[in-house]
Write a protein that binds this ligand. Structure first.
Ligand SMILES: Cc1cc2nc3c(=O)[nH]c(=O)nc-3n(C[C@H](O)[C@H](O)[C@H](O)COP(=O)(O)OP(=O)(O)OC[C@H]3O[C@@H](n4cnc5c(N)ncnc54)[C@H](O)[C@@H]3O)c2cc1C
Length: 612
C-alpha cells in the first residue's frame, strides 16, 4: 500500500525561471491586465473540505498557497453536510477499521479500488482526531467522547453482524462544524483566499499544468494564476437534476474544464440518488434521521423495506432504498398515488428530534409545513452525489491517460475526483471522510513536489485566449434562447430518463435531448451585458459545463450494459463481473464520447453477491 508521498528528488528540471515581472509582460498582447497575473507556489480551486485541508497542509509545510472559489469559502457545499463523518473509533461499541474497509467495498458493489478504500478507512480515525484537536464541536457521549450514530451499510463483523455506531457527528450540522473549523485554521495560518473568482480554464502545455485562468466575478476581468502545483477540489454536479440536494454551485466545472483540455473522466455513469429528499424540492433529510430510528412507509402504512432488505431495513445502502421507494411509487403505493412516500420520525419523541435532528426539523417545517414531531415528512429520491470524476492515483495526482501517466503539476481531491474509493455506490458519511483524507493527502504530496521544484515554467502566450473568447461571445451574442429554459429541460429530463432506473430506450432519447440542447445553447442570449457581478454570465458558463457532463454521464450509462450500485439498467438487471468489473474512462471528442477501461484494484475482498 502506498503510504509514502511522491519522492520527487532529482526528478524535475525547470526549462527556465521566469521572474514575475517578465511573466506578466508575456500576457499584455492577449489583453490580460498586468495586475491580473498572479504567481503562487500552489493554486487550489475550491474551498470545501478537500480544498481547505490541502491548503492547510501546504501552509503548514511552509509553501505559498492561494485558494480560488466562486462562492464565499464557508458557503461551499461541504457546509451543508448533515449526518456525520465515518471512522471506526469504537467509542460506543466494538468496531474495526477492517469492518469499515469491507463495508466500503461491499457498498461500492465491488467497484472501489481496494488499496485506496483501505487507506481511507485507516486514516479515518486519525483525521477525526485531528479535527477534534483543531476544535470541531462534535456531539458527545456522557463520558465526553465523540458521539457516533448509525448510518446505512455500516455493519459489524464483515457484513455478517448488525448495524454499528460509526458516524461521528456534530448534531445534524457536521459539515458546517468541520468546514468552519478548517476555515478558521486556514485564516489563522495566512492562506490567501480569492473569493468569488470563477475558474474557466486550465493552463496546460505538454501534459504539464501551469495554473488556471479565472474570471473576477465582483469586478469583472480575466486573471491568470501561474502555479507550480494546481489542485482541483471543485465538488460535485448533482445540479444536473431538478430534484437535487446540491447547492447551486455544484455544476461540474472542474470536470468540464479537464474535458475541454482533452483529458478523460472516470465512472460518470454512477450518480447517487439519496432516498430522503423533501418531496418536490429535493432538499436533504439526513440519513441520520433513519440512523436515529426513522421508518419509511408507503400509502398503505407498510414499512416496505421489509420486502427489499429484510435484515438492514431502512439502513440498507442508498442505492437499494432509492430503488425500493421508486418501485413502490411506480406500483401505485406512493402517498395518495403521488410521487412521494413518508419518513416517519414521530415515535422518536420530541426530545430526541430536537437534540439530534434540529436542522431537519427546521427544514421540514419551513419547506414542507410539517413538524416531524407530529407528522411524517413527505420524501422522494433526490440526486445527491457523484461517484465518478477526475481519475487520480492514490496520492491524488491527476492521470492524463486515466491510467498511469501523470498530468504533471496537477492534483484533484474530494467529490470532483475519482480515486476510486466509492466505486458504484458511496456509503453515507464516507464522503466527508474522502474529501478530508484526500484533501490532506493532496496537500502533502503537493508540498513534497514543491520542496524540489523551485521555478515557474514559462506560460504559453495563448493561455487565456479560449476563456476570453467565451466571455466575449456570451456578452455580445444575440440569440433567442435563454440559459434558464435550457437548464430546466436538461434537469427535468435527466431525472426522468437517467435517474434511479435506466433503460437503453430512454437513455438514447436523453442523449438526443442533450445534443439538441447543446445546439440550442449556441443560440443563447444573456440579458446582463455588464462585467460586474454578472450572474447571467456565470450561469451560462456553468450550464455549458453541466451539458457537457450530462452528455458523458448518459453516454457512459448507455455503454455499461449491466446493473451495479447506483447504475441500474432495467434492461440489464444483473451485475456482470465477467464483462464489467472495470472502470470506465470517457473522453468527450468532436466525434462523440470515446471509451477505454481500466481494471479494478482488488487486494483483499473478492466480489460476492451484494445482499442486505
Ligand atoms: C445536503 C448534503 C448533505 C451531505 N451530507 C453528508 C454527510 O453527512 N456525510 C458525508 O460524508 N457526506 C455528505 N455529503 C456529501 C459531502 O458533503 C460532499 O461530497 C463533500 O463535502 C464535498 O467536498 P468538496 O471539498 O469536494 O467540495 P465542495 O464542498 O462542494 O466545494 C467545492 C468548491 O469548489 C468551488 N468551485 C467549483 N467550481 C469552481 C470554479 N469554476 N471556480 C472557482 N471555484 C469553484 C466552490 O466554490 C467550492 O468552494 C452531503 C452532501 C449534501 C449535498
Amino acid at each position: 500500500m502506498a503510504e509514502k508521498f511522491g519522492d520527487y528528488r532529482g526528478s524535475f528540471k525547470c526549462a527556465s525561471s521566469v521572474p514575475p515581472e517578465e511573466a506578466k509582460e508575456l500576457h499584455e498582447p492577449i489583453g490580460v491586465d498586468l495586475h491580473n497575473v498572479h504567481q503562487h507556489d500552489a493554486v487550489i480551486v475550491g474551498a470545501g473540505l478537500a480544498g481547505e485541508y490541502a491548503a492547510l497542509e501546504l501552509k503548514r509545510a511552509g509553501h505559498d498557497v492561494a485558494v480560488l472559489t466562486k462562492i464565499f469559502p464557508t458557503r461551499s457545499h461541504s457546509t451543508a453536510a448533515q449526518g456525520g463523518i465515518a471512522a471506526a473509533l469504537a467509542n460506543l461499541e466494538e468496531d474495526h477499521i477492517e469492518w469499515h474497509f469491507f463495508d466500503t467495498v461491499k457498498g461500492s458493489d465491488f467497484l472501489a479500488d481496494q488499496d485506496a478504500a483501505e487507506l481511507m478507512c485507516r486514516e479515518a480515525p486519525l483525521i477525526v482526531y485531528e479535527y477534534e484537536h483543531m476544535g470541531v464541536p462534535f456531539s458527545r457521549t456522557p463520558e465526553g467522547k465523540i458521539m457516533q450514530r448509525y448510518f446505512g451499510g455500516h455493519v459489524k463483523d464483515f457484513g455478517k453482524g448488525q448495524k454499528v455506531l460509526r458516524a461521528c457527528m456534530a448534531a445534524d450540522r457536521t459539515g458546517h462544524a468541520l468546514l468552519h473549523c478548517l476555515w478558521e485554521q486556514c485564516v489563522k495560518l495566512g492562506v490567501r483566499f480569492y473569493a468569488e473568482f470563477l475558474v474557466l480554464d486550465l493552463i496546460v502545455r505538454d501534459d504539464k499544468c501551469l495554473g488556471v485562468v479565472a474570471w473576477d466575478l465582483i469586478n469583472g476581468g480575466l486573471h491568470i494564476f501561474h502555479a507550480k502545483a494546481t489542485l482541483f477540489a471543485t465538488g460535485g454536479y448533482a445540479r444536473l437534476y431538478n430534484i437535487s440536494t446540491n447547492s447551486r454551485a455544484n455544476t461540474a466545472d472542474g470536470l468540464a474544464i479537464l474535458m475541454d483540455n482533452g483529458y478523460p473522466i472516470e465512472d460518470l455513469e454512477f450518480v447517487q440518488f439519496h432516498p430522503t429528499g423533501l418531496a418536490g424540492k429535493g432538499f436533504l433529510i439526513t440519513e441520520g434521521a433513519r440512523g436515529e430510528g426513522g421508518y419509511l412507509i408507503n400509502d398503505k402504512g407498510e414499512r416496505f423495506m421489509e420486502k427489499y432488505a429484510p435484515s438492514k431495513m431502512e439502513l440498507a445502502p442508498r442505492d437499494i432504498i432509492s430503488r425500493a421507494e421508486w418501485q413502490e411509487i411506480m406500483e401505485g403505493r406512493g402517498i395518495g398515488g403521488e410521487e412521494y412516500i413518508y419518513l416517519d420520525l414521530r415515535h422518536l419523541g420530541a426530545e430526541k428530534i430536537k437534540e439530534r435532528l434540529p436542522q431537519i426539523r427546521e427544514l421540514s417545517m419551513k419547506f414542507a409545513g410539517v413538524d416531524p414531531i407530529d407528522a411524517p415528512i413527505p420524501i422522494q429520491p433526490t440526486a445527491h452525489y457523484s461517484m465518478g470524476g477526475i481519475p487520480t492515483d492514490i496520492n491524488c495526482r491527476v492521470l492524463a491517460d486515466g491510467k498511469e501517466k501523470w498530468l504533471e503539476g496537477m492534483w484533484a481531491a474530494g467529490e470532483c475526483a475519482c480515486v476510486s474509493v466509492h466505486g458504484a455506490n458511496r456509503l453515507g458519511t464516507n464522503s466527508l471522510l474522502d474529501a478530508s483524507v484526500h484533501g490532506k493527502r493532496a496537500g502533502k504530496d503537493m508540498a513534497a513536489y514543491l520542496d524540489v521544484v523551485e521555478c515557474w515554467e514559462p506560460l504559453p502566450m495563448d493561455c487565456a485566449v479560449r476563456a476570453k473568447e467565451e466571455i466575449e461571445w456570451l456578452l455580445t451574442h444575440e440569440g433567442t434562447e435563454t440559459p434558464g429554459s435550457i437548464r430546466e429541460e436538461m434537469q427535468v429530463n435527466m431525472y426522468r430518463k437517467c435517474g434511479v432506473f435506466r433503460n437503453e430506450k430512454e437513455l438514447v432519447e436523453m442523449y438526443d435531448i442533450i445534443k439538441d440542447l447543446q445546439k440550442r445553447y449556441r443560440n443563447i442570449r444573456i440579458d446582463d451585458k455588464g462585467v460586474k457581478f454578472n450572474l447571467d454570465l456565470e450561469e451560462a458558463i456553468e450550464l455549458r459545463h453541466l451539458l457537457q457532463t450530462a452528455e458523458v454521464i448518459v453516454a457512459s450509462a448507455i455503454n455499461r450494459t449491466e446493473s451495479r450500485g447506483a447504475h441500474w439498467r432495467t434492461d440489464h438487471p444483473k451485475r456482470d463481473d465477467e464483462n464489467w468489473l472495470k472502470h470506465t474512462l470517457a473522453w468527450r471528442t468532436e466525434e462523440g464520447v470515446k471509451f477505454d477501461y481500466k481494471p479494478v484494484v482488488i487486494t483483499r475482498f473478492l466480489p460476492e453477491e451484494r445482499k442486505y
